[in-house]
Design a protein around this ligand. Sequence first.
Ligand code: FAD
Length: 322
Amino acid sequence: MGNILALCEFNGAQLRSSALANLTFARAAATAHGGEVIALVIGAGAQGASAEAAKYAGKVIVVEDGALAHYLAETYAPIVARLAKEHGATLVTATATAVGKDLMPRVAALLDAGMASDVAKLEAKDTFTRPILSGNANSTVQVSTAVICTTVRQTEFEPAAPLAAPGTVTAAPAGAVDALGASFERLDAQKSDRPELTDAKVVVSGGRGMKNGENFKVLEELADLLGAAMGASRAATDAGMVPADWQVGQTGKIVAPNLYFAVAISGAIQHLAGMKGSKTIVAINKNKDEPIFQVADYGIVQEWEKAVPELISEIKKLKATR
Ligand SMILES: Cc1cc2nc3c(=O)[nH]c(=O)nc-3n(C[C@H](O)[C@H](O)[C@H](O)COP(=O)(O)OP(=O)(O)OC[C@H]3O[C@@H](n4cnc5c(N)ncnc54)[C@H](O)[C@@H]3O)c2cc1C
């Protein structure tokens, strides 16, 4: 019997939708481990998000301390590991976000725990399915250590529903915080009114065929008409056409929106690994033989210079009639 410690990332007083997917996984793991879910909110503003976390977990531990004002794996990992021990956790889990991917291997090392990353399915208390080979195959891994660490794929787990009654919130001290020589320098955040790429219901992505950053403006117009987030292929982000955090794919963000536009993107397996779970895929490409058309539900074989403005104009006409 053991508990499940679930890291819950938050934004202001709200849990991120990625945290709700982690909690769904944590609930299934708690049943398998015969324990309970303990949600962990940690960092600047954690106190504010703890009430929200209590809607989804019977127990919430909140750690807020001036020394944790900015996320650093070096300062967070020992706290997560200590709380896992104190609360009898046999599984510690986070979503496979930038923070989760950065933090959990260090937590696993501190706990002498085996780790399964990018988990897509819980098979048994110690057995997980995870994608390999750019999502072209699944592997089943069994972790034999007493404590297990996981990161889970947001797109594979439904958001947790609230509990009938909220859980209890307990504050825990950060203790002595040692950054091991690391220090926070600055955060280069892209400010945007658009939805978060990983949370968006519609995503408009552009590739190398957009040719330059200026040309992405037409995709942004399409995105704004649809309330969509912007994405891109790695070729486009590596070329500096658009910000790096727009990258969708194996080494970028994993998205599964209701509607995904792939414009001037060839459909390399590493890109598909990040978006092929999308419910409806629309591809616009001038070359009908590109692999993107093999996963597309709708395909437009045309230069984007013609297809995208026409699409925008049709959507505007439709919107005007409503
Ligand atoms: C380890 C590793 C990890 C990687 N991770 C990622 C990742 O996370 N995400 C990712 O995206 N890639 C990733 N890649 C890179 C990937 O292999 C491809 O190189 C990349 O996805 C190609 O991007 P693209 O489709 O934009 O460019 P290209 O393959 O060059 O395709 C451009 C497309 O634009 C079309 N086009 C050109 N002009 C027009 C026009 N006027 N109108 C319409 N269509 C036009 C072309 O027909 C073509 O299909 C990774 C590679 C490696 C090795």
